[in-house]
Design a protein around this ligand. Structure first.
Ligand SMILES: NC(=O)c1ccc[n+]([C@@H]2O[C@H](COP(=O)([O-])OP(=O)(O)OC[C@H]3O[C@@H](n4cnc5c(N)ncnc54)[C@H](O)[C@@H]3O)[C@@H](O)[C@H]2O)c1
Length: 332
């Protein structure tokens, strides 16, 4: 029996993500939690004749979060405000940091062994926040905490196909680093199946993968950021974990993890200037992250330059999340 929960289930990402989880044969119970509108979203989804039983909760002074999370195996967190034109993901920190802190506290109390998938931005900082909260409750298991960077991977294969043609579902590109602007580093030298990106197209392609989110923010013109493509990407990552939980082998997905706590991560940490959090392709198994793989051993000179910028940006983003919790420990 697998119980999944979506925290922020009434939102732009939360609703389509909940729909995909509700119709997945890998989910037996789906609990929806949000500060608004979950009764409506829950009633709607509960009419689908899928395998998942759908339950829905509002805060109810804390009891709602407890009910939503108790017994959960996998918790996906897209709660928080999205960007408007002109905003960076870091601009969301002020509000979303506290939201992630409180929801991670709920995970620590009510389902400390669950897989936790953080979508709320800025992911570069909210994952360290969740890690610090779990640590403060002595329940941090780095093999079970994931920053969802799958949308960068999805965008990379789509945008590569736009340039070189071919089947856009087939391109696999390791996207490493973090999840914002220059911290997103697509390793296009390692595309599989192998294709040559014309030299005069490379820079624009990398830029599009790094800043693809801005295209959506601009097109939505104040109505938010990527929701449907994010729900798809978030579901694909959740599904990969659930499939690995069913003993399917050979599943490798890029995700933003705490390097020192995942086998293979220490060696990567040494090559990324000591950063504790970093997205790399990770092999998944029934207990979460089995092994972090290191694609940084064979990068091009151009990618090396991109990585230098990534390290610089990530360092500050990670420190900001860790410091936020250090100054807030009375609220945990
Ligand atoms: N990781 C990624 O690749 C990625 C991609 C796109 C968006 N995002 C991020 O995902 C987040 C959600 O985006 P969205 O477009 O769905 O926003 P949205 O505003 O449509 O939905 C957010 C939902 O969170 C709920 N919420 C707020 N505080 C909460 C709390 N304390 N507990 C539970 N729910 C709470 C809101 O009521 C709302 O329903 C944003 O931070 C956005 O930047 C991440």
């Amino acid at each position: 029996m697998v119980k999944a929960s979506v925290l922020g289930a009434s939102g732009g990402i939360g609703q389509p993500l909940s729909l995909l989880l509700a119709i997945s044969p890998l989910v037996d119970e789906l609990s929806l939690y949000d500060v608004v509108n979950t009764p409506g979203v829950g009633a709607d989804l509960s009419h689908i004749n899928g395998t998942a039983k759908v339950t829905a909760y509002l805060p109810e002074g804390g009891a709602g979060l407890e009910k939503a999370l108790t017994g959960c195996d996998i918790v996906v967190i897209p709660a928080g405000i999205p960007r408007k034109p002109g905003m960076t993901r870091d601009d969301l920190f002020k509000i979303n940091a506290g939201i992630v802190r409180d929801l991670a506290t709920g995970v620590a109390k009510y389902c400390p062994k669950a897989f936790v998938l953080i979508i709320s931005n800025p992911v570069n900082s909210t994952v360290p926040i969740a890690a610090e909260v779990l640590k403060s409750h002595n329940v941090f298991d780095p093999t079970r905490l994931f920053g969802v960077t799958s949308l960068d991977v999805v965008r990379a294969s789509t945008f590569v196909a736009d340039v070189v043609g071919g089947d856009r579902t087939k391109y696999k590109i390791p996207v490493v680093g973090g999840h914002s602007g220059e911290t997103i580093v697509p390793l296009l030298s390692q595309i599989s199946p192998k294709v040559d990106i014309p030299a005069d197209k490379l820079e624009a392609l990398v830029n599009r993968i790094q800043f693809g989110g801005d295209e959506v923010v601009k097109a939505k013109d104040g109505a938010g950021s990527a929701t449907l493509s994010m729900a798809y990407a978030g579901f694909k990552f959740a599904e990969a974990l659930l499939r690995a939980g069913n003993n399917e082998t050979g599943i490798v997905e890029p995700t933003y993890i705490y390097l020192p706590g995942v086998p293979g991560g220490k060696e990567i940490q040494d090559t990324v200037g000591g950063l504790e959090f970093f997205a790399v392709p990770v092999e998944l198994g029934p207990n979460g992250a089995v092994r972090a793989t290191n694609p940084l051993v064979k990068v091009s000179d151009y990618e090396e330059k991109l990585l230098e910028k990534c390290y610089e940006g990530l360092k500050g983003n990670i420190a900001k999340g860790v410091e936020f919790i250090a100054t807030q420990s009375s609220k945990l």
